[in-house]
Write a protein that binds this ligand. Sequence first.
Ligand code: FAD
Length: 465
Amino acid sequence: ARPDIAGCKAALAGLDIDDTPATVKQKSRDFFWYSPVLKARMDHLTADFVVAPRDADELRRALAAAYAHDVPVTTRGAGTGNYGQAMPLAGGMVLHMKHFDRVLEIAPGRVRAEAGAIIAGIDRQTRAQSGQELRMHPSTAQTATIGGFVAGGSGGVGSIRWGGLRDAGNLLSLTLVTCEAEPRTLRLTGDDIHKASHAYGVNGVITEVEAPLAPAYEWRDVLLGFDTWREANAFAYALGHQDGMLLKQLCTVAAPIGQNFFKRHARFIGPHDHLVVAMAAPNAMGALDAFAARWPSARVLFRSDRDATEGLPPAYELGWNHTTLRALRVDPSITYLQVLYGEPTVEKIVEMAEVYGDEVPGHVEFVRFDGRVRGMGLPLVRFTDEARLDAIVAGHEARGCPVFNPHRYTLEEGGMKQSDPAQLGFKRETDPKGLLNPGKMIAWDDPDHDFAAQGFYLFPGMAAQ
Ligand code: FAD
């Protein structure tokens, strides 16, 4: 049925609604423009209006009205996703979660917060009240919401110790509201959590997230320089395996990315420095110095407990997609890929650098993956055209390095989320009319979708692997 926008808006009288075209356009966009491919396909998209429910009753009212009037709904946290996840392909309603911003409960080992709470704000409260912090956060912690992270992200700062959102135990429960005539509230625990994790909100609106906490530290930022890309990565890989040194973040960036793009740290970095960027617990610093002294060319370029830090961003804002952001600000023709390097990890990282050279400058995040340290690349790409980009993706995959393609907006083509019959069945229950973030799940739109013909996924399907 055709969406009845006017009828839906009328049913929502009294709610916080905005239909000013400029605001609606702004709230219909995310960081899709990181990808020249998505930029060309999605730039024109805009919803019809924005609703920001103030509480669970208003949220249910908004979803019931959308259902009654066949209006598509795209849920929005802070709009920092970079695969166009939060872009309304079919117009309709943007459901903005900004009023769901409370931390509800802090206990030993866990926190429960509303989905629209900003991640850094949750951390501030858990630190102040209990000396604990979230195990992991995206590098966008200062702006992104916890619900948006769960629904659209994968891991980040902390993943060197704890793995990613995909790993059992890193989310404790989710509360979800369905899009039906009478929206239901479901609480997902255990494996059911992964029906809604990294699902772009296609099967419900997350209202609460319960996540585990770890002891909080005053993390030290450290930049080390190396003469070769191989040595920088071999060092990071070995450091990641040092079980006694507590790290929060560990990545490598190839020269001259540091000097060219890390503007505020550039004074510490030489043009030939291949960097290791780490965050370590204060009690690990002595061991880190001693460990670095064993490597032929390792030199400490910057330490936040030694050098003046005024005006500098935290080290985690040099990593993850902040590396890409800093490069894009200097050279708008740059884009990026997401690669899981095959094993042996360091050999694969070096091999890709040799094959692609300066066309694909290296950036590798080291993370714990199925219990082992692996290199998760977010290499920069000097973009020429889409055909070449596809060839670079295919070239990585042919050499045993699966790509989670950030130039696709569907769950399946992005390669992070495997849809399977359980996932599809859950969407049938929670969103029978297919109104939630339409167009993002191929398995819903294509009845002939072949679940079997799929590749490697970061969040695998629900069935036993
Ligand atoms: P949004 O962009 O608003 O939404 C993301 C997706 O979730 C959308 O599909 C949206 O519809 C859905 N959604 C949002 N809220 C809800 C809800 N309550 N219920 C259901 N669905 C919902 N990601 C990482 O995982 N790790 C990183 O380190 C990282 N670094 C980044 C660095 C930069 C510079 C940028 C631009 C992005 C980065 N990202 C990273 C991607 C993104 O910032 C994170 O995933 C972030 O947590 C998304 O949160 P958000 O509130 O902005 O979500």
